[in-house]
Design a protein around this ligand. Structure first.
Ligand code: IPE
Ligand code: IPE
Ligand code: MG
Length: 253
């Protein structure tokens, strides 16, 4: 029986975020260079985006390139950027066909000019789509995002647009790159690493975390379904007791 049949369609996570890790190890296992792994990682991206759209997931955030990844060997970085440009260009018709809207979070000013242009065009060309919101985290890191948020807030305080005493837990998300995007309910990391690597530190406060040994180029829809089934077996308590959660559930049903 496929994990797909075990998914409760009425309790899907509204936002799934994925740290797509393990491309390099996958390629090395096969005796190839790291870029070969990234190339095959794109196949997984296609498959998972399609799977999420078919299920009716609202938001899918994919961590594709971190601020720290700029420190990798120059040929790997330029190879990844070329792959990015190439993939975006090719995928826009499919995104439109599947009613998917592309969004980006990250320091896109750091990207090469042609990558930035392709990205902006793809964002514009898919902006009217109303299905899955595909959020690419590119040149993204949470600490970059938080520094930027604090600067923006300080600037608004300076001009009087924001009063320090009005800053609340509702204010801060408005200054993050993810404004307009709800917090992830499920975060998946592939390749057996148990860390967050500077990804959505603020937004993951109450997210359910799922770690799998599967390397990203091997990750397919069935693996996504398995993660969702696992998510649905958990009790999310948000600091309350199990009894309280059951009472709330009864009241809501
Ligand atoms: C993830 O795979 C893709 C990026 C970070 C761009 P890695 O390239 O990190 O693969 P491993 O972790 O070295 O196997
Ligand atoms: C995290 O993977 C970033 C992306 C998947 C884009 P890394 O491979 O860069 O993370 P570390 O270095 O293992 O923490
Ligand atoms: Mg890695």
């Amino acid at each position: 029986m496929s994990f797909l049949e075990k998914i409760d369609r009425s309790r899907l996570p509204g936002h799934i975020a994925i740290i797509m890790d393990g491309n390099g190890r996958w390629a090395r296992e096969k005796g190839h260079d790291r870029l070969f792994g990234h190339l095959h990682g794109v196949e997984s991206v296609r498959n998972i985006v399609e799977g999420a759209a078919e299920l009716g997931i609202g938001y899918l955030t994919l961590y594709a390139f971190s601020t720290e990844n700029w420190d990798r060997p120059a040929d790997e970085v330029s190879g990844l950027m070329e792959l990015l440009v190439d993939t975006i260009r090719k995928e826009v018709p499919t995104l439109n066909k599947n009613n998917i809207r592309l969004m980006v979070i990250g320091d896109t000013d750091m990207l090469p000019e042609n990558a930035r242009r392709e990205l902006n065009e793809a964002i514009a060309e898919t902006s009217v789509n109303t299905g899955l919101r595909l959020v690419m985290a590119l040149s993204y890191s949470s600490r970059w995002e938080i520094v930027r948020a604090v600067k923006l807030m300080a600037a608004d305080v300076k001009t009087g647009k924001l009063q320090p005493e009005d800053i609340s837990q509702e204010t801060i998300p408005q200054y993050l790159a993810t404004r307009e995007i709800p917090d992830p309910e499920l975060m998946i990391r592939t390749s057996g690493e148990f860390r967050i690597s500077n990804f959505l530190l603020y937004q993951l406060a109450y997210t359910e975390l799922y770690f799998t040994d599967t390397l990203w180029p091997d990750f397919r829809k069935e693996n996504l379904y398995e993660a969702i089934v696992n998510f649905q077996q958990r009790e999310r308590r948000f600091g309350k007791t199990s009894d309280q959660m059951k009472q709330e559930q009864e009241l809501n049903s």
